[in-house]
Write a protein that binds this ligand. Structure first.
Ligand SMILES: C[S@@+](CC[C@H](N)C(=O)[O-])C[C@H]1O[C@@H](n2cnc3c(N)ncnc32)[C@H](O)[C@@H]1O
Length: 243
């Protein structure tokens, strides 16, 4: 997320706009002619984690899909059903047109704080790359995060996985992932930017070998003295719904 960035039309966006549907509609209408854009990391960099924790046969809910290539690449890699939602009608229309020929992908305009169109326990997997982050930039961030995570919990099957890919360290995210009403087993991974280089150089096998979880304290925090080797890193929280 880059607060203070200028859009193609010269509008100066503020970080607080990221929680606002109007901001995203305007952005998707104007920027870069609708070219696909992936926040943080591509599917290639995340593939080992997705393939390990999200079975290809599972019904996957993609939160705040944007105009990312993730779902398309997942479908090409064997995923059989991915339901993509986003609050921006502009991006949903764009993605329906772009991916209408891919039967594994469906797109729906929806606010992740209210996913009542979906039945309880109707997904085995939920993937979120940058959407909780967007909500947490907006006004009423705590309430928005709690509502969204309550909905994720409701639509997930027992034993299902919510995979959160974020820039947020445990000090800013775990309180929400452990909020009342959620009984999730958390495992944390850190994806360093060196992985991006591996991806560019096409040597992803060495990265697959480095999928080591980060040990967390009882409260789900990084251990005292833990130093993040790389400030460009992203966090991957794998949350398994226990009941
Ligand atoms: C940072 S972008 C990430 C897009 C995409 N997941 C990616 O990785 O490139 C956040 C996305 O969340 C969507 N979004 C923001 N608030 C939302 C909400 N309340 N409900 C559904 N989608 C939302 C935005 O429209 C935007 O597409």
């Amino acid at each position: 997320m880059q607060p203070g960035e200028a859009s193609a039309t010269g509008t100066m966006w503020k970080a607080t706009d990221y929680g606002d549907a109007g901001y995203w509609d305007a952005r998707y209408k104007t920027e870069k002619g609708g070219a696909p854009f992936d926040w943080y990391r591509s599917y290639a960099a995340l593939r080992p984690f997705l393939r390990h924790f999200v079975p290809t046969s599972s019904r996957v809910l993609m939160l705040g899909c944007g105009n990312s290539l993730m779902s398309e690449h997942m479908a090409m890699d064997g995923y059989t059903e991915i339901v993509n939602v986003d609050i921006s009608s502009v991006v949903i229309d764009m993605m329906k047109q772009r991916h209408g020929h891919i039967p594994q992908l469906t797109y729906m305009e929806m606010d992740v704080r209210d996913m009542s169109l979906f039945a309880d326990t109707s997904f085995e997997s939920v993937v979120d790359k940058g959407t909780l982050d967007a909500l947490m930039c907006g006004t009423d961030a705590s309430q928005a995060a709690s509502q969204m995570l309550g909905e994720v919990n409701r639509v997930l099957k027992q034993g299902g996985i919510y995979m959160l890919i974020t820039y947020g360290a445990p000090s800013a995210r775990v309180q929400y992932l452990k909020q009342a009403g959620l009984n999730w087993k958390l495992t944390l991974y850190i994806l360093s930017s060196s992985r991006v280089e591996e991806e560019i150089n096409g040597s992803s096998s060495s990265a697959e070998l480095s999928m080591e979880p980060v040990p967390l304290t009882e409260n789900g925090q990084l251990p005292p003295g833990f130093v993040l080797g790389d400030l460009e890193s992203h966090y991957i929280y794998v949350c398994e719904k226990l009941n």
